[in-house]
Design a protein around this ligand. Structure first.
Ligand code: AMP
Ligand code: GLY
Length: 425
């Protein structure tokens, strides 16, 4: 079949790499793609938030399946567009409609959903400009630190953790009164701070059945020992040792089943991914957030561990036959190190030549912010590359990834040297 994959990051390079291995894949298009996806299919210049144009492309190119990487187009209803249009609704669409994408698109919706279905999460309340005073009073009732979340999509920057009450109150004012995140912070969720260890759990679902994909740990801060500002993710490791069978049973029974059952009960169809951002507190799992897509860079660590065919899995999700689908995952360990431009997540320069990727041995290299200029690879984003190694044990996976991360070169290259250190302990 002909497949259209939407997105342009490292996650999409990993998806394109895996999709293109399927014997079921005839032609793969990636919109807009990057220099890495171009190695596995044909990049096409489409604005993926322009649903009509994407639909026209799909019709003209006899697309049989659409797979969506990032959340924004989903939250804005690209799946609804495909399901609604008679000429498009025969296309297998992997990604939820707007109603389901609210799990990520509205934090207030997600929290209320969890409450309705008794899914463990931090206690919370949501506030708007009309209830600012109640919001301040609620903050006063909580112990420090304080967690404030813009309700809507804010490019991963909408969560602010404040150490002091004064800072929390002024941040709430800025979010609600000064529209710090525009419309996205017209509603703000204030919630209890949970202290624990985070992990990312992914499922693919058809709205009734689900398959649990490998779990992964993401390293979000720019600095070693989890210091400095948050980034999109500086590395990933899969599997997560503390996510053992007993813990994953709790996750499945208390979180995954009630989430999918809750969607069904509320009449919300859902075909695609659910990314459970979890935190383990005293051995118990809690939901920090839902996303309706795969994680980046977690995808670069989990897809290499999936041995079965990805297109068959996606087809079963879109056709509602996931319960009959098989998914095989290797026990091997995957270690992903992200190489970023110097200065990221703040300002950074672009356009530096990337060298020695051709000398990499034993690792997969997924491209994120990489472009081609006169046939040479140059940096074009904050997160530039993700180096993944699959090995029998954690230390070997990390060692080989680090060797290759060291070898690849571009001006200003930075990576954390402590990815997976906690896994080895
Ligand atoms: P998000 O953008 O929703 O992924 O949140 C960013 C980060 O904020 C999460 O990865 C957590 O590290 C942190 N965070 C969010 N909510 C909480 C919470 N209730 N307690 C502690 N940390 C949190
Ligand atoms: N790595 C976290 C995310 O994709 O949101």
């Amino acid at each position: 079949m002909n497949i259209l994959l939407l997105g342009n990051g490292g996650r999409e390079h990993a998806l394109a790499w895996k999709i293109s291995q399927s014997p079921r894949c005839d032609k793969l298009y990636i919109a807009p793609g990057n220099a890495g996806t171009a190695l596995h299919g044909q990049n096409v210049k489409l604005h993926i938030n322009d649903h009509h144009t994407v639909g026209e492309f799909a019709k003209q190119h006899d697309i049989h399946m659409v797979v969506v990487g990032p959340e924004e187009a989903l939250v804005h209803g690209i799946a609804d567009h495909f399901h609604r249009e008679p000429d498009l609704n025969g296309i297998l669409f992997v990604g939820p409609r707007a109603a389901g994408a609210r799990l990520e698109g509205s934090k207030a919706f997600a929290k209320a959903f969890m409450q309705r279905h008794s899914i463990p999460t931090a206690s919370y309340r949501s506030f708007s400009i009309n209830t600012l005073e109640q919001g301040k009073a609620y903050l006063q009732s909580l112990p420090a630190p304080y967690v404030l979340k813009a309700d809507g999509l804010a490019a991963g920057k909408g969560v602010i953790i404040c150490e002091s009450l004064d800072e929390a109150i002024s941040t709430l004012e800025e979010m609600l009164e000064s529209q710090m995140f525009g419309e996205a912070s017209a509603t703000v969720v204030v919630e209890e701070f949970l202290k624990g260890t985070e992990l990312s759990v992914f499922v693919v679902t058809d709205g009734t059945s689900y398959k649990i994909l490998p779990s992964a740990k993401d390293y979000k801060r720019i600095g070693e020992e989890d210091t400095g500002p948050n980034t999109g993710g500086m590395g990933a490791f899969s599997p997560v040792p503390f996510a053992n069978e007993a813990f994953m049973k709790k996750v499945e029974n208390r979180i995954i089943k009630p989430t999918i059952g809750g969607l069904a009960k509320e009449g919300i169809p859902f075909c695609g991914f659910i990314f459970f951002g979890l935190i383990e507190v005293g051995g118990e799992p809690y939901v920090i957030e839902y996303n309706v897509r795969l994680g980046d860079p977690e995808t670069q660590a989990i897809l290499p561990r999936i041995q079965s065919d990805l297109i068959e899995l996606f087809e079963a999700a879109a056709k509602g036959t996931l319960d009959r689908q098989n998914l095989t995952i290797t026990n091997k360990n995957a270690a992903t190190i992200v190489l970023v431009s110097g200065g990221y997540p703040g300002n950074y320069e672009k356009g530096y030549p990337i060298t020695k990727i051709d000398q990499v041995k034993g690792s997969l290299v997924f491209y994120a912010g990489v472009s081609t200029e006169q046939d040479a690879l140059v940096t074009s984003g904050g997160r530039v590359l993700a180096v993944t190694t699959l090995a029998d044990n954690a230390s070997e996976a990390l060692e080989v990834s680090y060797k290759n991360a060291h070898l690849i070169n571009f001006k200003g290259k930075y990576y954390r040297r402590d990815i997976g250190k906690d896994i080895l302990q």
